[in-house]
Ligand binder design. Structure first.
Ligand SMILES: N[C@@H](CCC(=O)N[C@@H](CS)C(=O)NCC(=O)O)C(=O)O
Length: 210
């Protein structure tokens, strides 16, 4: 087996974090290639591997898989025994829905509260559109936890791709010290206790890429 995950800075690259958490869920042996972002040669270096010029990208024996969502789906198919999607047809449909919602949405949150795992300070004010995103995310988390969270503390009980997709959001909410309702605050704490997330977070703290 030969899988290489190409990622950006651990401190900043939220899409890379999602793919790395998916790899951890799959328990797939892999090597990692980190290309520092925002450097003069970053784009050229990424383009050596990725047709989009973006990370993450998973290099497989057969060729590249680009985009975090496609990587998650590929791993779910290749490692079915790891249950990257939750058990149950409807639970899977909802998990896919929330991942897709994250993947294509929450632009204001992403703009105004960029992932920065070394950051630990509240914003002076949260713009209204970002606040609306946060409200929707808290509702979504509460719905998942209430409907599917009986078997554990993650969105669908056990850790799944839904948690891989929302872990960087949890990190933003903690980094910017956003006040949260009880269920959302508990979920953020769950993400911070997830060993796979902790490993990435620790590496991000030690990263010295500027
Ligand atoms: N839709 C893509 C988004 C990937 C993306 O935007 N990656 C950022 C880093 S987090 C990137 O490669 N930025 C480099 C650039 O745009 O030059 C995914 O889900 O993988």
């Amino acid at each position: 087996m030969s899988l290489t995950l190409i990622i950006g800075n651990k401190n900043y690259s939220s899409w890379s974090l999602r793919a790395a958490l998916a790899m951890e869920l799959a328990e797939a042996p892999y090597s990692e290639l980190l290309i520092p972002l925002d450097r003069p040669d970053s784009r050229a270096r990424i383009l050596e591997h990725s047709p989009t010029g973006k990370v993450p990208l998973l290099q497989t024996e057969e060729g590249p898989v680009w985009d975090s969502l496609a990587i998650g789906e590929y791993l779910a198919e290749r490692f079915p025994e790891a249950y990257l999607w939750p058990r149950g047809e409807y639970a899977r449909a909802v998990a896919r829905s929330v991942c897709a919602e994250m993947h294509s949405g929450f632009a204001a949150l992403r703009t105004h509260l960029p992932m920065d795992l070394k950051h630990d300070q509240a914003l002076t004010a949260i713009p209204a559109d970002a606040q609306a995103d946060i409200q929707r995310i808290c509702e979504l988390w509460a719905d998942c936890r209430a409907q599917f969270g009986q078997d554990g503390p993650y969105l669908f009980g056990h850790a799944s791709l839904a948690d891989a997709f929302f872990a960087p959001v949890a990190a933003r909410l903690r980094s910017y010290r956003v006040e949260l309702p009880e269920v959302a605050a508990a979920y953020v704490a769950t993400v911070y206790q997830w060993p796979a997330f902790q490993r990435w977070y620790q590496a991000a703290q030690e990263e010295r890429l500027g």
